[in-house]
Design a protein around this ligand. Structure first.
Ligand SMILES: Cc1ncc(COP(=O)(O)O)c(C=O)c1O
Length: 424
């Protein structure tokens, strides 16, 4: 359930008409509903409340400062994959002892920063990383809490770019080798083995892949405990899918019930790293139609948002619903909705049956709260869009649209380009 609804033909975010925000801040902009963000977090975390569990919201889905602050205030933990996300998370008020750190390529400065901060666990993805974390912890006179990210070779049946738990993927350590990695870790004196981790992919809309991964991890936990390696927590990662179009993903309650019943009697703390399911349907991207154009074989709606603002359609062929911000009876067209960028891959929707929107009208790209702004870029020196959060009848610009000056901030001209002689 989300809070983007039509009232008297006008799309509202909670109690604020989307048009009103567009008038004040211009387009394009991301728009988030506070009530939806909070509701999704509560629904997800309540689903697991009968277990000793910790929800670590996955920052990569949407790491805007205000969004992070909202979840930190609700008591959430955080899943990070970079020093930058750690910085944002700490600044937003997440407790370090509720932060888990995944990623195949953690740099030494990032490892040091996480050790210094006292995070809950490193999700370690290779033997070499295990050794580096141990030696950095030794140098800093610390004990690093670690879980090994196991690659359980489970097919999540999602887009190949967001499938992460297959042998051919770069993530984690293969199940057979993981036992060996734990044995090695046990001898590394600056490590404390606290848990086991997996994350098999994103936008997963069936329960089976999660069940298969869980079974494989449970077997490993028992084997490790039999060897005297006491696994105290299980991190199931994120990945639960959402409805973009006609998908039927398990509801958080159904997803949780399967995990909880499977873990009965295992004496484990459960960690979850949901991203998309919390923020995906809590945000939209609002854009203006710049031009309409009819070709011999296609109609085009040319919007002022493009692949640099919302990369998912061109990157994954992902579907986002498109709705006019002011609804009215009109004919239906079939069109490609494209951005202003000089690439044919710059589309927001293709061959889309949609209401006949006119030049100057506002459209909403639905379900854009996850992997929207976090994947936005300055390609073609386009300014990154603004981000707005609504609560009830108030709205706030949580991030200003970039300015032209922002575009060149941090750049400088070397003296060999300015000192004479200017022409060789
Ligand atoms: C390690 C890890 N945890 C959690 C997530 C969040 O996944 P999702 O947004 O599908 O819940 C991801 C996303 O790729 C991830 O790589």
């Amino acid at each position: 359930m989300h809070h983007f609804k039509y009232k008297e033909n006008e799309l509202h975010c909670e109690d604020v008409p989307v048009c009103k925000i567009a008038e004040e801040v211009g387009t394009p902009f991301y728009l988030y509903s506070h009530a939806t963000l909070a509701r999704h977090y509560h629904v997800f975390s309540n689903a697991f409340k009968e277990m000793d569990s910790l929800v670590c919201y996955s920052a990569k889905a949407n790491s805007s400062y205000a969004v992070l602050k909202l979840f930190a205030d609700l008591g959430s933990g955080l899943d990070i994959v970079s020093g930058g996300e750690l910085f944002r998370g700490l600044k937003a008020g997440f407790k370090p002892e509720k932060i888990v750190y995944s990623g195949v390529g953690k740099r030494i400065d990032e490892i040091d920063y996480a050790l210094e901060s006292g995070i809950l666990a490193f999700n370690v993805e290779s033997l070499e990383e295990l050794e580096v974390i141990n030696s950095r912890a030794a140098a800093m006179n610390k004990i690093a809490p670690v879980a090994i990210r196991v690659n359980p070779n489970v097919d999540p049946k999602t887009h190949p770019y967001i499938s992460t738990g297959l042998k051919k993927n770069k993530f984690g350590i293969e199940a057979d080798a993981a036992i060996e990695a734990y044995i090695i870790a046990q001898d590394l004196v600056n490590l404390d083995i606290t848990g086991i981790d997996c994350h098999i992919g994103s936008q997963i809309i069936q329960a089976q892949p999660f069940e298969d991964a869980l079974e494989s991890l449970k077997d490993m936990i028992l084997e490790l405990r039999g060897m005297g390696i006491n696994i105290r927590h299980l991190d199931m990662g994120g990945g639960l899918g959402i409805i973009y179009n006609e998908e039927t993903p398990p509801l958080p309650d159904e997803y949780a019930a399967g995990i909880i019943s499977s873990l009965k009697g295992m004496n484990l703390k459960l960690i979850l790293e949901p991203g998309r399911v919390i923020v995906g349907n809590a945000g939209i991207l609002v854009s203006k139609v710049l031009y309409r154009k009819s070709g011999e074989i296609k109609d085009f709606v040319i919007a002022d948002a493009g692949m640099n603002d919302l990369a998912r359609p061109s990157m994954y062929g992902a579907y986002h619903g498109v709705q006019p911000v002011v609804s009215s009876d009109r004919r239906t067209i079939v069109a490609d909705i494209v951005g202003p960028i000089c690439e044919s891959g710059d589309f927001l929707a293709t061959d889309r049956k949609m209401p006949d929107v006119k030049q100057g009208e506002l459209i909403a790209l639905m379900s854009a709260g996850a992997y929207g702004y976090t994947m936005a870029s300055n390609y073609c020196s386009r300014l990154k869009p603004a981000e707005i959060m609504v609560k009830g009848n108030q709205f706030h610009v949580i991030r200003k649209r970039q300015s032209y000056d922002d575009l060149v901030a941090g750049e400088s001209i070397p003296s060999f380009l300015t000192d004479p002689p200017r022409h060789l």
